[in-house]
Write a protein that binds this ligand. Structure first.
Ligand code: ADP
Ligand code: PAZ
Ligand code: K
Length: 255
């Protein structure tokens, strides 16, 4: 079995892949202070929840955008699974052609998302990752990543709102029943929801205007399903996209 690990700024998400099929996925809070023993305990518990033992794990591939966490996580894999993981980054073949100013600066998660989208859904495809940040990456029909946008995550933006105001509470990011908001909570929920949805739709539209070819839109990330029922500009929501990308990348590099 292959374990694919996405170390994001808010969550570490682990996918267990048995012959390319996702047989389990687990989410934990990204905390810089976690020790390798704490990670090791979580990994072995998740394995056992899915009916596996450490010995069943053939290899691990990691895509990390949090270098500090990467260190203790890697140590935990060495100590508990006796595996030094493959790390998505410079020197690892992805089959993608990254045509931005400095290809090595593209986030490993964005790269793996793009590989997943390209190999599973085909190009051209616009890949949107709704995580701590919201990212848009464009992949053409030949697998060239030619543009990437980064903006605030929905919850990150919302947290800045309640974090910088004395009287605004934390609210759930969810579709409001109506835009006719008449109390603080509803006002925030509808304001955040429609403002962000509009921004996402306009961003997709701008790609359509400037690119001049038809493309699919695939969304992933912890908050990808928020707008799912409210826009026809997103074709597919795939929460496992990054694992699919990492599986392809793993196969390209395994001897
Ligand atoms: N199972 C879930 N369903 C819906 N939203 C989730 C889930 N887990 C996490 N989230 C939300 O998604 C966001 C994290 O998304 P994620 O793509 O994991 O971000 P990152 O990769 O930046 O860590 C957080 O705001 C979190 O509250
Ligand atoms: C843009 C990101 C912060 C997104 O991180 P996430 O929301 O997945 O935690 C991450 O992909 C990153 O740090 N990228 C490096 C800069 C770049 O991609 O250009
Ligand atoms: K992510």
């Amino acid at each position: 079995m292959l374990i694919a690990v996405d170390i994001g700024n808010t969550n570490i998400v682990m996918g267990f892949l048995d012959e390319g099929k996702i047989v389990g996925s687990y989410r934990l809070t990204t905390k810089v202070e976690h020790t390798s023993d704490e990670y090791g305990m979580m990994i072995t518990q998740f394995l056992s929840l899915s009916g596996y033992e450490p010995d069943d794990v053939d290899d691990v591939i990691v895509a990390s955008v949090v270098p500090k966490v990467m260190h203790s996580f890697r140590s935990s894999l060495i100590k508990f699974l006796d595996i030094d993981p493959m790390v998505v980054g410079p020197g690892v073949k992805t089959g993608m052609n990254v045509r931005i100013d400095n290809p090595s600066t593209l986030g490993a998660d964005c790269l793996a998302d793009c590989a997943g989208a390209y190999y599973v859904y085909g190009g051209p495809v616009l890949v949107i990752d709704f995580g701590t940040a919201t990212t848009f990456n464009y992949v053409d029909e030949r697998g060239t990543i030619s543009a990437g946008l980064i903006t605030t995550g929905i919850r990150t933006a919302a947290a800045a709102l309640w974090g910088n105001t004395a009287q605004l509470p934390e609210v759930e990011i969810t579709r409001p029943d109506s835009i006719i908001a008449t109390n603080t909570k509803d006002a925030m929920q509808a304001g955040l929801y429609y403002n962000f949805l509009g921004g996402v739709e306009r961003t997709i539209q701008q790609f359509r205007d400037e690119i001049g070819e038809d493309f699919k839109v695939v969304a992933t990330g912890g908050l990808a399903s928020v707008f799912r029922d409210d826009t026809d500009l997103i074709d597919v929501v795939d929460p496992d996209l990054i694992f699919k990308g990492m599986d392809v990348i793993y196969e390209k590099n395994a001897d």
